[in-house]
Design a protein around this ligand. Structure first.
Ligand code: ZN
Length: 307
């Protein structure tokens, strides 16, 4: 029995279908998180980069991250731009945001009228904040995609985006969205010098947490996600990571401790890279030493049902 058969509850995987094309039974009518991208920044793993889609009452209501390949997976998942209430970006590494302009452009053809809320971190070090990032894309004079400047102004038949920057240095979570039984909060996480935030989505009495990329040492995030029903956690490095990778990402032992201290019920490992997949069996054993809850492994298009 291989590692995915052992830890993933998905029957399709045990049938040896290839990674990246399986679509698990998805309880879209109730509440589910569908993984749109379970990979990292390298195009060697048949996985899209980071992206997660939340389904509620048959609607694709929120997206967390839009890394390369997520544009295609969003279509494969049959997500609808007109149903989105939020796109939450964790940080401005390409594997978390590169497909955002492509998805917005796609929205032109479905004629969405309502504005769309996008959240992301404020800027810092060599990275822009959300507002500067969007300006670099869509500024009418200098933006790379200036022909789509209507996404900033709401003109030209394009829907307007509402931009909300999260202060990633604050210990207090930012309230991103609160409406109709849906509450989204965000707080900074430590991804070395890259301004990064994690998210907690509360809906239907369930708490869904997204780690973003992080080294796992921010107590404010630990506090925010206490008792979460499910945590989607980046697993990008093995236990013995080099110094740089170790500053950027949580090791398996740190992941296990974080999940344990946060008392999350289910831990979904995602954002795999070759270096974490190569020793996955060993990594999971290390996590299990620190965390006794349910451990699951993300695949592109896989659904994690919450009812
Ligand atoms: Zn990153």
């Amino acid at each position: 029995m291989n590692i995915f058969q052992k830890y993933s509850a998905i029957l399709l995987l045990s049938m040896n279908l290839s990674v990246g094309v399986v679509a698990a039974e998805c309880d879209k009518t109730n509440l589910a998180v569908q993984v749109l991208g379970s990979g990292g920044p390298i195009a060697d793993d048949e996985r899209a980069s980071s992206g997660y889609l939340i389904w509620h009452n048959n609607k694709s209501i929120a997206l967390v991250d839009m890394g390369g390949g997520v544009f295609q997976r969003f279509g494969e998942a049959q997500g609808k731009i007109e149903d989105l209430e939020l796109i939450g970006i964790t940080h401005f590494h390409t594997d978390h945001v590169a497909d955002l302009p492509a998805l917005l452009k796609s929205g032109f053809f479905i004629n969405r009228k309502d504005s769309l809320l996008i959240s992301g971190p404020a800027g810092g070090s060599r990275f822009p904040g959300l507002i500067e990032f969007m300006d670099a894309l869509f500024n009418p004079k200098s933006g790379a995609f200036r022909y789509l400047s209507g996404y900033l102004s709401g003109k030209g038949g394009l829907f307007k985006t509402e931009l909300l920057e999260v202060d990633n240095k604050s210990e207090q979570p930012t309230s991103v969205l609160k409406e109709d039984g849906l509450k989204v909060s965000s707080v900074g996480v430590n991804h070395w010098a890259i301004p990064t935030v994690g998210y907690l989505v509360e809906i239907n009495g369930k708490k869904i947490a997204f780690s973003g990329d992080q080294n796992g040492d921010n107590p404010a995030f630990l506090k925010l996600i206490q008792g979460a029903d499910i945590l989607f956690m980046a697993h990008a490095v093995p236990e013995k990571a080099d110094r740089v990778a170790g500053r950027l990402h949580a090791s398996p032992s740190v992941i296990g401790k974080l999940a344990n201290e946060a008392k999350v019920k289910r831990l979904v490992l995602s954002h795999f890279m070759k270096r974490s997949l190569d020793t996955l069996d060993e990594n999971i054993k290390i996590i299990e030493k620190n965390y006794s809850g349910i451990i699951e492994l993300a695949e592109d298009l896989e659904c994690f049902n919450l009812n």
